[in-house]
Design a binder for this molecule. Sequence first.
Ligand code: NDP
Length: 220
Amino acid sequence: MRALIIGATRGIGLGLTQRYLADGWHVTATARREADLPQLQSLGAKPLKLDVTLPSSIMSMEWVLAGEQYDLVIYVAGILSRGPATAVPTQAEFDLVMHTNVLGMMQLLPCLAPKLANQHGKWIAISSGMGSIAEAQSSANWLYRVSKAALNMAIRSAAFDYPAVTFAALCPGWVKTDMGGPQATLEVADSVQGLRQVIAGLSLADSGCYKNHLGHSLSW
Ligand code: NDP
């Protein structure tokens, strides 16, 4: 089985890479910096340089990955933006967060979806409970919330155009990573274990779903 994990240098992406390798999968794992590629190689993954905000990097995937096939693509790359709705983001902040968290995945889709075992495969976006409009309890991390809500819609609607691919937006829980911070409730390994099981259990009938790492459906 073959997986492509996008954003694999740290945190949940690194944990997913280690998990799938330990389970005997062939894993292609991406890093945006050259200096991070040896780390991925030493784990046993096939390292691939990809910055999801660079058009040249996205466009290079067409020929760099020519002939490759995957059973699973996981889009993990993401950045946090703090601040409530009273702190209006600058154009540059908005562009960077939306580009990393949403547009990068949208731009990779036409190139990578056909590589999903002749389109019979799974496409996962690591979203967040903060992308839930129905469950919002505050405006904390306002721009981040906006980006994850948009990511959720990108996943939900892509399921219509690639009907043989199983799409899911998955929340990993609150995880102890650089983004989640030390107060988070979950270790990376526990989140990844849950995500791994949820992903394994997904079928085409679930395509376009929004779930957490325990497999519970989340409200949009
Ligand atoms: P980290 O900050 O630890 O890791 C983020 C990853 O995204 C890194 O590998 C980083 O690479 C990569 N990345 C950032 N920008 C780019 C880019 N332009 N191109 C390619 N890769 C990029 O975060 P987490 O592991 O905590 O988060 C992973 C995902 O899970 C994110 O999408 C996040 O929103 C989501 N999530 C996390 C939660 C948590 O509690 N931790 C909760 C809910 C959702 P680099 O090392 O080069 O910066």
